[in-house]
Design a binder for this molecule. Structure first.
Ligand SMILES: C[S@@+](CC[C@H](N)C(=O)[O-])C[C@H]1O[C@@H](n2cnc3c(N)ncnc32)[C@H](O)[C@@H]1O
Length: 243
């Protein structure tokens, strides 16, 4: 994350209570799926918000920042085999040119039974239209994320394809199991119906006041089984290293 982008993200985080409420709900959900034992590695920490929620996590990014613990490329992790109980990430996988290389690295640095827990864009009929109209990052549903060809510009950590997580963990779940037998997909759940899109994310605007976030998120949990496949904006995915 370029210095300017990181500073803007940190300013939005300070300014927007609704954003903090939504992300702290994300972090709680991520933590709920983490293994209790072992260190936790964060990939693509960016503006460093997870660290305020999980201070013991080792926060890294491909771009250095004073609030992060180390510089690390997700596709070539500078850590020994079996070093971590958990790997966590928010909005990073869809920026990786070689998702399959990352998954192999994740399997390598997790210890057996270790978990990879991520929250990423989710592509549903409604979110696809919304991202197409209001989000600068592309949604390319024809992509083959398990191929060896780059899924976005390998030299630009901000290039992306928002479709990657949905393709990998929903459309290609069987192919993923055959390609990466050492990483078992435990769940890929739809998440975020109203609060996240109404909050404007890290943008300056928000259509939702901070106090409305918690009750709306509770309502979303009740409506998710019926509405998730039609209009969810995010995917919460958990994988576990099998051997
Ligand atoms: C959309 S930001 C998300 C930042 C943070 N996780 C958040 O939720 O605000 C994507 C981050 O992924 C990082 N990134 C992109 N490619 C990476 C790579 N190959 N390895 C590690 N981090 C990478 C970028 O530098 C950027 O900080």
């Amino acid at each position: 994350m370029g210095d300017e982008a990181a500073t803007d993200y940190r300013a939005a985080w300070q300014r927007k209570p609704v954003l903090r409420a939504i992300y702290q709900d994300y972090y709680r959900r991520i933590l709920a799926h983490c293994q209790p034992q072992g260190r936790t590695l964060e990939i693509g920490g960016g503006s460093g918000n997870l660290k305020s929620f999980l201070p013991d996590a080792i926060s890294t990014d491909i771009a250095a920042a004073p609030w992060l613990d180390a510089v690390a490329d997700a596709q070539a992790l500078p850590f020994a085999d079996c070093s971590f109980g958990n790997i966590v990430m928010v909005d990073v996988l869809h920026h990786l040119a070689y998702p399959k290389r990352f998954l192999a690295e994740a399997q390598r640095v997790l210890r057996p039974g270790g978990r990879l827990v991520l929250i990423e864009p989710g592509i549903t009929p409604l979110s696809r239209v919304f991202f197409h109209l209001f989000h600068p990052e592309p949604v390319r549903m024809q992509a083959e994320p398990l191929s060896d060809t780059p899924q976005c510009d390998p030299g630009n950590p901000w290039d992306s394809n928002q479709a990657i997580p949905t393709l990998l963990f929903r459309r290609d779940a069987r192919k993923l199991a055959a390609t990466m037998p050492g990483l078992r997909l435990l769940r890929a759940d739809w998440l975020s119906l109203f609060a996240y899109p109404l909050s404007g994310g890290f943008k300056a605007w928000s259509l939702l006041p901070g106090f409305a976030a918690a009750p709306l998120l509770r309502l979303e949990d009740r409506l998710m089984p019926a509405l998730g496949p039609l209009m969810a904006f995010r995917l919460l995915t958990v994988l576990e290293r099998t051997q």
